[in-house]
Design a protein. Structure first.
Length: 241
């Protein structure tokens, strides 16, 4: 059985998030759910004691204190989170988050006992310039800055080509395979054995062929995770893979 992670981004409201989580729970599913901050507690209440796992979309690199607008790892744990996304392209490119900050976030999350899903992926110009592997390799390098105990808190690495996120254009299974094989090798060199997820315009129609690739151990799903039918269909593909 493969991992299906649902990144709800800045979507849904309390009622729709709770409704979606309740249906997933009723089905006995075990997806990883990443709601927006205000939805964490109501979703945590619905999924308590189920196989569903709660995660946040970001964490502050700071501890509790005078950091207006930030949310600490301690607060996320308190809200019921076990996981946090770090390095998502919408943080890297929309908020200028780079290597030093991402390393701090990875370390901070590990320090408060949160597991991390670390995202990497190249932009279209980087791919067109033949730099995809170099860029992704450099991004992965942030993990090399972690201690062994911090590395142990990395729950998954997600390859999400930026040109595929929210565009409807997914990487081909061959492109996903090529990058995942490279990531697997690099992670092995770092002594890390973590599941590799693919993300970028995953839909019920392409989930099966992506999951059929040897190093694709799960999917990180944005848009298609917002509707019960499409998320359930993707999760069914993961159960069959
Ligand atoms: C994402 O944001 O992680 C993502 C993969 O989005 P989408 O599935 O909408 O491309």
């Amino acid at each position: 059985m493969r991992i299906v992670a649902a990144n709800w981004k800045m979507n849904l409201r309390c009622k729709s998030a709770v409704g979606l989580a309740s249906r997933l729970r009723a089905d006995g599913r075990s997806c990883w759910l990443f709601p927006a901050f205000p939805l964490l507690v109501p979703v945590a209440q619905v999924i308590a004691g189920s196989g569903l796992v709660l995660g946040a979309q970001d964490v502050s690199p700071e501890q509790d204190g005078a950091f207006t607008g930030e949310v600490s790892g301690e607060q996320l744990k308190d809200a019921g989170c076990e996981l946090v996304l770090i390095g998502h392209s919408e943080r890297r490119h929309g908020h200028g988050e780079r290597h030093p900050l991402l390393v701090r976030k990875l370390k901070r999350a590990a320090e408060c006992g949160l597991k991390t899903v670390y995202c990497v992926g190249e932009t279209l110009p980087e791919r067109q310039a033949g730099r995809a592997e170099t860029v992704v390799g450099e991004q992965l390098g942030s993990l090399a800055k972690l201690s062994d105990s911090e590395k142990a808190q990395v729950a998954a690495v997600a390859y999400e080509p930026v040109w595929a996120i929210g565009t409807g254009e997914n990487a081909t299974p061959a492109q996903a395979h090529e990058m995942h094989a490279l990531l697997r090798q690099s992670l092995e060199r770092m002594g890390m054995k973590v599941p590799l997820l693919y993300g970028g315009s995953v839909k019920p129609e392409n989930a099966g062929e992506l999951l059929a690739q040897p190093h694709v151990e799960g999917l990180l799903v944005g848009g298609a995770s917002l509707e019960y039918e499409s998320l359930a269909a993707i999760d069914n593909a993961a159960r069959e893979a």
